[in-house]
Write a protein that binds this ligand. Structure first.
Ligand code: ADP
Length: 189
């Protein structure tokens, strides 16, 4: 049993959020809620949300906040999310972070820990070029990094004001990153 089971993961594209979240989700039995995965699924199935999100995702732009807000509101109310969750890729803007605070208080819930995975841009570019997803072209990667620095990085300050913030060096072997996060989940920072 871990002490903390409501986690927010954020960091630049390619930082390893998805990989870490998947591992911890399996080991700890907590659902992994990855907004990027949900959007890619919606696009593949051409749902109404998918059709709206498609051009944003393919261009590496942020999908409008109201689409994400509805999606996260719905997902956090599913039965499997009642005893914990790992949010991966949301929030990504200050507006989304404020929305999440409000949503959690409405749902009489709260997050336990925010984990920021820090990796330098040069390493991220190499990793993403190696991954080869549809939005992993050179120009789109550069753009997503700019979006991260402009829109998502301010979340560091937003969450740092609380003492439930953990910055982890994501430029080290995967198991080491997992261990660092697990320690924090078990003991607090
Ligand atoms: P990565 O972090 O590696 O770029 P993700 O799978 O988290 O990949 O996100 C892929 C794309 O999905 C983003 O570039 C964006 O277009 C969209 N997306 C995911 N989460 C959000 C969000 N919280 N707000 C807006 N757009 C999002």
């Amino acid at each position: 049993m871990t002490k903390y089971s409501r986690l927010i993961f954020f960091g630049p594209p390619g930082a390893g959020k998805g990989t870490q979240a998947k591992t911890l989700s399996q080991e700890c039995g907590i659902p992994h809620i990855a907004t990027g995965d949900i959007l890619r699924n919606a696009i593949a199935q051409q749902t109404a949300v998918g059709q709206k999100a498609q051009s944003y995702v393919n261009n590496g732009d942020l999908v409008p906040d109201e689409i994400l807000a509805a999606l996260v509101r719905d997902r956090l109310q599913q039965p499997d999310a009642q005893s914990g969750w790992i949010l991966d890729g949301f929030p990504r803007t200050l507006n989304q972070a404020e929305f999440l605070d409000q949503l959690l208080s409405e749902l009489n819930s709260a997050y336990d820990l925010v984990i920021y995975l820090d990796v330098p841009d040069e390493i991220l570019i190499q990793r993403l070029l190696g991954r080869g997803r549809k939005d992993d072209t050179k120009d789109t990667i550069r753009h997503r990094l700019d979006v991260f620095h402009g829109q998502t990085e301010p979340l560091i300050q937003f969450y740092q004001q609380e003492n439930r913030f953990l910055q982890v060096d994501g430029n080290q072997p995967l198991p080491q990153v997992t261990e660092r996060i697990k320690t924090a989940m078990q003991e607090g920072q």
